[in-house]
Design a binder for this molecule. Structure first.
Ligand code: PLP
Length: 287
């Protein structure tokens, strides 16, 4: 079966899917994106992802490429046409195609939209979660507007590649005050020795992750002790547990940060429980 992508109004073979060389996403990283989990053929938290897309677009003064309901329809179509049962659907919207010039293009230039979907193996993710991942710290070097989900991900690419070359699966950014901000493509969490969950507030320095929000709701529902506050890398080294959250990884335990083993070196009970609860909650809310 050949993969299908949606590009500016048409469903095309993935192998043939292309945008113009003067698309502003290609030339200026002038665009935004969302990644939504597909779980048992359904989309997880799609209203929240579209709300965040709306916010990202309006922060950059890019219009919706078409009505929000039509975008949601296309997301479902691309999932269905690619027969994705478990995996991800990706949407990217850029400021459109125009002669290369830093200034915004004329008003009549329409935003570009691309949607792709791909399968992922729940068994592989489960095996990874049972083992945990290693993360490698990296100096925060991104622009201050990381709250906008832009396609300008070069710092994230370099941080994650550095992690990979040092035996890790994720990078943890550390700011000038020694605080962990977030991962290269995930939000960062720890559980202190006292059993308190800690994650950085979304008011600055991080992307407000949809998975982070969903997990915070679970944490409150379960009555677990938690604090939304910055935490340092040193505090993370000494934590009982650590984990990351994202639509791509869900709740993924961290068992090593740099050369420090976290807790007993195995996925922690809190992270493991939250991962299980997340799936149960997902069954209820995916549509
Ligand atoms: N932080 C960054 C930098 C990300 O790129 C992502 C996801 O791509 C996240 C956090 C997690 O966000 P979400 O839970 O919405 O996937």
């Amino acid at each position: 079966m050949s993969r299908i992508a949606y590009v500016n109004g048409q469903y095309v073979r993935h192998a043939d899917a292309a945008v113009h060389v003067e698309d502003r996403g290609y030339q200026f990283a002038d665009g935004v994106y969302e990644v939504c989990e597909v779980w048992r053929g359904k989309l997880v938290d799609v209203p929240r992802h579209l709300d965040r897309l709306d916010r990202s677009l309006s922060e950059l003064r890019i219009g919706w490429p078409m009505a929000r309901a039509a975008v949601e329809f296309v997301l479902r179509q691309v999932v269905r046409r690619n027969k994705v049962v478990n995996g991800l659907v990706y949407i990217q919207v850029t400021r459109g195609v125009s002669r290369r010039d830093h200034f915004f293009p004329p008003e009549n230039v329409a935003p570009s939209i691309v949607v792709t979907a791909r399968s992922a193996s729940p068994a592989a993710a489960k095996a990874q979660a049972e083992k945990g991942i290693a993360v490698v710290s990296y100096p925060e070097n991104r622009w201050p507007r990381v709250d906008i989900k832009t396609v300008a991900l070069l710092p994230n690419v370099l941080a994650k590649q550095n992690a990979k070359e040092n035996g890790g699966k994720e990078a943890w950014y550390v700011d000038g005050d020694g605080n962990v901000t977030e991962g290269g493509s995930t939000n960062a969490w720890i559980v202190t020795k006292e059993g308190v969950l800690v994650t950085r507030p979304a008011e600055g320095g991080i992307l407000r992750g949809i998975t982070r929000e969903a997990v915070l709701e679970l944490v409150q529902k379960e009555g677990l002790a938690f604090e939304e506050r910055p935490f340092t890398l040193t505090e993370a080294y000494d934590a009982k547990e650590a984990f990351v959250t994202a639509a791509t990884t869900l709740v993924m335990p961290v068992t090593k940060i740099d050369d420090r083993i976290i807790g007993n070196g195995h996925p922690g009970t809190v992270a493991t429980r939250l991962r299980d609860l997340f799936h149960t909650a997902t069954d209820l809310k995916a549509v």
